[in-house]
Design a protein around this ligand. Structure first.
Ligand code: SF4
Length: 369
C-alpha cells in the first residue's frame, strides 16, 4: 500500500521541531576545552629554560660546576672533598655519574609521563640512607654504568629523538648535580628541546639550587617526614626537614606553579610529592599545612599511598653472637602498608590547609590539571 502524504498547512509547521543549523565542522582539535586547564596554568607555547640561557651565563655555570667538584659541599653532607681525587659520602667521583637505567618511563604522574612516557635517567647511589628506600637496588647499591656528561647528553637526545618522550626526568640526581649541569649545557647545543625534570628527595643545598637555576623546568621534590628525630631514625639525615623546606621554597621561587600546554603535559613548575607512611600521618598533615602556608595554596601536590616495606624494613637484626636474620624485626613500626584512613586524613589536612590542586583522578575520569 502506498501512503500519500499531503502537504502540511502553514499553521501546522510550528508543531514540528525547529531545524537548527548544523554545528560548524571543526578543523582543529582544541584539547584544552576537554582537559579543563585553568587559564592561569595554561601555556600557549613553551621554550625550555636552558634554551634561553645566554652563552655567558652558560659558561659561568660550567666553571662553577667544576669548582664545586674540586671542593664538594653541594649537598647537606658537606664532605669538602676534591672529587677528582677522592669520594665523599655519596661515593661518586667527578668525571662521571653512575647510571642504572635510562628508558622511557610510564610510572610517573599522568601530566609528567604523558602519552609516550617520561625520559627517565635513574642515577645510582644517593646522598641519603632512607631505611625504607623504595628504590633500594638502584639507590643503595652502586650498580650501573659510568657516563660522562657528554655521554649523558647523547642519551638525552636519544630519548627525545627515538623515544619521543615528553621530558628528561633526572631521578635521584642530588649527588651528581655538577655532572647533570654539564650534561644539560652540552645537550642544549646538540638540539635538546624538551623540558628537564629534577626528581629529588629535596636533600639539596641552596648552592645546588643556584647552579640548577635556568636549567631545570620542572621540580619534582619529595617531602618525606616532618620531625627531625624521625628523619634521623628513618632517613639517617637529622637535618632533612630544614633542608627540604629551604630547597622546596627555592624551587618554587625559580619556576612557580605547575603549568601545562593544552595537551595536558606539564612544562614548568613545582609538583610536590608526599608518600604517606604507616603511623606517621600526623607528620604528613604538618607537611601539608606548611606547604599551604609557606609555599603556595596553588601548589600542585601528589599525596601518595603506595608505600610498601622495602630496604631494611622487616629484615631481622643479627642476634648477639648469632647469625644474621635470627633477631628482632627491624623498623617494625613501618613494616606494613598504609591504611586508607591514614592516607585520607593527610589528604583532608591538605584541603583544610587550602591546597586544591591534587594529582588525582577527577569526576570525569581524567586527571585534575
Ligand atoms: S654530593 Fe657527595 S661528595 Fe658532595 S657533599 Fe654531597 S655526599 Fe659529599
Amino acid at each position: 500500500m502506498t501512503t500519500l502524504t499531503r502537504p502540511l498547512h502553514r499553521s501546522q509547521y510550528r508543531h514540528l521541531p525547529k531545524l537548527r543549523p548544523p554545528p560548524p565542522i571543526r578543523t582543529t582539535y582544541t584539547p584544552k576545552r576537554h582537559l579543563g586547564i585553568p587559564p592561569a596554568y595554561l601555556l600557549d607555547n613553551y621554550i625550555p629554560r636552558y634554551q634561553l640561557l645566554s652563552s655567558t651565563a652558560a659558561s659561568q655555570k660550567r666553571s662553577l660546576a667544576h669548582a664545586h667538584l674540586q671542593n664538594c659541599n653541594l649537598c647537606p653532607r658537606r664532605c669538602s672533598v676534591n672529587r677528582y681525587h677522592e669520594t665523599g659520602t655519596c661515593m661518586i667521583g667527578a668525571e662521571t655519574a653512575k647510571v642504572n637505567v635510562i628508558a622511557p618511563h610510564r610510572g610517573e604522574e599522568p601530566c609528567i609521563q604523558g602519552y609516550h612516557g617520561s625520559g627517565a635517567v635513574f642515577f645510582s647511589g644517593c646522598n641519603m640512607r632512607c631505611v625504607f628506600c623504595q628504590n633500594y637496588e638502584i639507590s643503595h647499591t652502586l650498580a650501573g654504568h659510568d657516563l660522562t656528561p657528554s655521554e649523558l647528553a647523547s642519551w638525552y637526545l636519544q630519548l627525545q629523538n627515538v623515544g619521543n618522550v615528553h621530558n628528561i626526568n633526572l631521578v635521584t640526581p642530588e649527588h651528581v648535580v655538577p655532572q647533570v649541569v654539564l650534561s644539560i649545557l652540552e645537550a642544549r647545543n646538540m638540539g635538546l628541546s624538551i623540558p628537564i625534570v629534577y626528581n629529588t628527595s629535596s636533600f639539596d643545598s641552596l648552592e645546588s639550587m643556584e647552579l640548577l637555576d635556568g636549567l631545570v623546568d620542572i621540580y619534582l621534590p619529595d617531602f618525606k617526614v616532618w620531625r627531625a628525630d624521625t628523619a634521623k631514625r628513618l632517613l639517617k639525615a637529622e637535618e632533612y626537614v630544614e633542608t627540604a623546606k629551604e630547597s622546596i621554597q627555592a624551587m618554587y621561587r625559580q619556576v612557580g606553579d605547575l603549568c601545562f600546554t593544552s595537551d595536558g603535559i606539564a612544562k614548568k613548575g613545582v609538583l610536590v610529592r608526599h608518600l604517606v607512611m604507616p603511623g606517621l600521618e600526623e607528620e604528613g598533615k604538618e607537611i601539608m599545612r606548611w606547604l599551604g602556608r609557606e609555599v603556595s595554596k596553588d601548589l600542585y601536590v601528589h599525596v601518595m599511598e603506595q608505600y610498601r616495606p622495602d630496604g631494611y624494613v622487616g629484615r631481622k637484626k643479627r642476634k648477639m653472637g648469632g647469625k644474621d636474620g635470627e633477631g628482632e624485626v627491624r623498623y617494625k613500626e613501618i613494616n606494613r602498608a598504609v591504611k586508607e584512613e591514614e592516607w585520607g586524613s593527610v589528604r583532608e589536612a591538605a584541603v583544610q590547609a587550602g591546597l586544591w590542586r591534587f594529582c588525582e583522578v577527577n569526576e570525569k575520569g581524567g586527571f585534575h590539571l
